[in-house]
Design a binder for this molecule. Structure first.
Ligand code: FES
Length: 111
């Protein structure tokens, strides 16, 4: 049996980029800046030399569309909503680097 060794990250952030679908009137995070937010996270994490310990990924719909743009940080499972580009630095400094949730962006009832 082949053993696969997975690289472990201290933090993993998923940012929704779902654009919604034509049948639904819901606006997906991708239309609210989700992609741009993910790009900014990736650039900042790279510039800070943290790509070995912090992983940034885009995601499909996370099921919390009314809070969009949405992101979730693991392993703690902290959800953030209504994220703006200027919030990226705050989330990096507070949560990704110091494990302190950004209270004003945190969403508790995800649905
Ligand atoms: S479209 Fe982003 S959570 Fe649903």
């Amino acid at each position: 049996m082949k053993v696969i060794v997975m690289k472990k990250y201290k933090k993993h952030i998923f940012i929704c980029e779902h654009v919604g679908d034509k049948k639904s009137s819901k606006v997906g995070c991708g239309k609210l800046g989700g992609k741009e937010i993910k790009i900014k996270f990736k650039k900042r994490i790279s510039k800070l030399g943290l790509t070995e310990s912090i992983r940034v990924n885009s995601s499909g719909c996370l099921g919390a569309c009314k809070h969009g743009p949405v992101a979730v940080v693991y392993p703690k499972g902290t959800w953030y909503g209504n994220i703006k580009l200027e919030d990226v630095e705050k989330i990096i400094k507070s949560d990704l680097l110091n494990s302190k949730a950004v209270k004003e962006l945190e969403i508790k009832n995800v649905k």
